[in-house]
Design a protein around this ligand. Structure first.
Ligand code: GDP
Length: 444
């Protein structure tokens, strides 16, 4: 069973959390060691494992309770989401050129399944309605040219070949010309592999790449080689620049290290995976499905997701009510900042603030800093001031007291008050509830 060992290793972790009420630093320590061990045994690279475990621990300890969800189930979900993130989150689609034939250059070491993948890829693209041509630019193995011809015939795709006495970059160029004449959509170029990386292979690849200006440069790697696959992708990316990887032999006894390490180590996505010797055994790499398969707990995951969704909805409804009645006060503000602290990210709150769409990590850090400052000021407000921000808008003395007690400037307090009113207005505008309420001006 693919990833079977990894799945079993992770199960050990969940089982140790049966019966606990809430995830704490103490009670997750041992399960986290199990997770670490399981990942290392799956041949995931050590720095990746370290970062992964750290991130999961941080999230687990900060995770609030979700009604009806057991802590062990919650950890499964956190690990799942982190696995998805590790593998790049979204599926990485193949890119096609805007005009002319799209060139896809395939590279890889010998025996990884490169020639097979070339034909599989043609078959896959044909099913998407693209016309394809295969180009045999592996001139070192006469058998490789023949193999490609046979496979091309099998999938009904023309193969361009010039034997083994012409330079690969020349063959590739001629192949591309031919494809242009025939208005072929995609040209797939199979290049020579070696038993290991050497300079001749890299130079040749660079030359072919230069001659073709390919849209996709895909490195074919064997899943059975574990974290070595990630190292290879990194090297090829530095040497020739690649757009992604194709992971083969996922149907075999793969332990998972390659699938989990490639993206994080190399910065390049896995675009496709091969899971068998048949021509139809090539498919897009879906990080979420892969994570689900590794955990083998689809039911738990969808259950936790639903519970989270319900919580979010209740929160959102409550917030909406407040906005409608213009009652969004400093207590709500504080609740939001605390929720943020718990989640370790302000992205959710920022997502709720109208007019703030996508944010960058540095904006998030900046916002987190600002929220800390705001929190210290709100903390020294009286309950009455929190509920009626108008009191602060009207009274410089109150603002001064808050500044003194929180160690901030009066200007910062004024800004905070103004911000709250701006937020009310913006939220009301967003909901289209223009009630004609005026904004109290700050009096000096
Ligand atoms: P190349 O030297 O990289 O061109 O490798 P080949 O395409 O000749 O493939 C080497 C061997 O791996 C062949 O026996 C293929 O049938 C086999 N192979 C390729 N892809 C897969 C795969 O996804 N799963 C399995 N089980 N075998 C594969």
């Amino acid at each position: 069973e693919m990833f079977g060992q990894l799945t079993t290793g992770l199960e050990t972790a969940w089982n140790k959390l049966r019966g606990v009420d809430v995830l704490t630093k103490e009670n997750i320590a041992e399960p986290m060691r199990d997770i670490r061990r399981a990942l290392l045994e799956a041949d995931v690279s050590l720095p990746v494992v370290r970062r992964f475990v750290q991130s999961v621990s941080d999230q687990a300890v900060g995770a609030g309770l979700i009604r009806g969800v057991r802590p062990d189930q919650q950890l499964v979900k956190i690990v799942h989401d982190e696995l998805v993130k590790l593998m790049g989150g979204e599926v990485s689609e193949l890119v096609f050129a805007k005009s002319g034939p799209t060139v896809m250059l395939l590279a890889g070491l010998q025996g990884v399944g490169k020639t097979t993948v070339s034909a599989k890829l043609a078959f896959y693209l044909k099913k998407l309605g693209k016309s394809c041509m295969l180009v045999a630019a592996d001139v070192y193995r006469p058998a490789a040219v023949d193999q490609l011809k046979i496979l091309g015939e099998k999938v009904g795709v023309p193969v361009y070949a010039e034997g083994t006495n012409v330079k690969p970059s020349e063959i590739a160029k001629h192949g591309l010309e031919e494809a242009r004449k025939k208005s072929i959509d995609v040209v797939i170029v199979d290049t020579a592999g070696r038993l290991q990386i050497d300079k001749t292979m890299m130079d040749e690849l660079k030359e072919v790449k230069q001659a073709l200006n390919p849209t996709e440069v895909l490195l074919v790697v064997d899943a059975m080689t574990g974290q070595e696959a990630a190292a290879l992708v990194t090297t090829f990316n530095i040497e020739i620049g690649i757009t992604g990887a194709i992971l083969t032999k996922l149907d075999g006894d793969s332990r998972g290290g390659a699938a989990l390490s490639v993206r994080e180590v190399s910065g390049r996505p896995i675009k496709l995976v091969g899971r068998g010797e048949r021509m139809e055994d090539l498919e897009p790499f879906y990080p979420d499905r892969m994570a689900g398969r590794i955990l083998g707990m689809g039911d738990v995951l969808s259950f936790v997701e639903k519970a989270q969704e319900v919580m979010r909805q209740e929160d959102a409804e409550e917030l909406q009510k407040k906005i409608m009645s213009a009652k969004f006060d400093f207590n709500d503000f504080l609740k939001q900042t605390r929720a943020v602290a718990q989640m370790g990210s302000v992205s959710r709150v920022i997502g709720m603030i109208p007019g703030m769409g996508k944010v960058t990590p540095s904006q998030i850090r900046e916002a987190e800093k600002n929220l800390k400052i705001m929190e210290s000021m709100i903390n020294v407000m009286t309950p009455e001031e929190r509920e009626k921000p108008e009191l602060l808008a009207e009274s410089p003395a109150r603002r001064k007291r808050i500044a003194t007690e929180s160690g901030k400037t009066e200007q910062q307090v004024s800004q905070l008050v103004a911000q709250l009113f701006q937020m009310r207005v913006r939220m009301k505008n967003l909901l289209g509830v223009m009630q004609g309420g005026s904004i109290p001006a700050l009096s000096n």
